[in-house]
Ligand binder design. Sequence first.
Ligand SMILES: [Zn+2]
Length: 71
Amino acid sequence: MLKWLLVLAVIAGVYYFFIKKKPLKTSAKSAAKEPSSDMVACVVCGTYCSLGDALIKERQYYCSKECMEAM
Ligand SMILES: [Zn+2]
């Protein structure tokens, strides 16, 4: 009887380990997405765009190529 309980405990432990591991991976993915969702203002027209889409030149943010060339 004790042997079966040990086997069940090991199975439950392995199962719990894999279930616990999955949410950690998804949270790491969502955390990696967060920096790109930061909004920055264009120095030329003031339009807010996400950091991932913004163009960066000389430490200043531009919403588009047109704004970058207009500066
Ligand atoms: Zn702009």
